[in-house]
Design a protein around this ligand. Sequence first.
Ligand SMILES: [Fe+2]
Length: 201
Amino acid sequence: MPTIFDDLLERFQAYLGGVDSDLVADEVARIGWDMPVRSLEPRALGCLNHLDRIAELATPDATPLTRFVADHRDALRWGQTYTAADFGQGFIDNYGWLEVFGTRGHFVNEEVAGGLLILGPNIVYPDHHHIAEEIYIPLTGGTEWRMGEGSFHRRAAGEVIHHASNVSHAMRTGTEPLMALYLWRGGPLAQKSTIGSRGRS
Ligand SMILES: [Fe+2]
């Protein structure tokens, strides 16, 4: 009988399968989806109180995933890479991620990590960068993203955002929370990001 973790992985894959992007399709095809399960203790975070609003805001194609995550939040292991010393307590109370698969997620994968990021309303996630190459797909709209030295651009739900290795990036939310799906490949998959714009720190 499938577990809720099997169901989670299936919904994650199904969402990605519907994204109209060659980059995403190539990545989905490269992922070995038959992954061993990893037994993890559930862990809750303050940001989980945004999950119901996120499920309401998500586009219809993302609702099967976002609603499922909201309904099963207490069985999942939510994580944080930063501490209050990095971006302040307000950030920590409104930030967290769920690693569905990867080196520390609910399924074991040493090549690629995939998960969901939550940011609460009116949060700035300052410039940071990491070795891993990253694909982000916001599942809710109304957030602003920037890459490199560029300015912030509003991104719609379902847009595919690609960060090459070590390119700095930042995002900020408006009056609503964000959930974004992420995929990381290459480099240490559990690495804490380096804070600051590359070369400026
Ligand atoms: Fe990133």
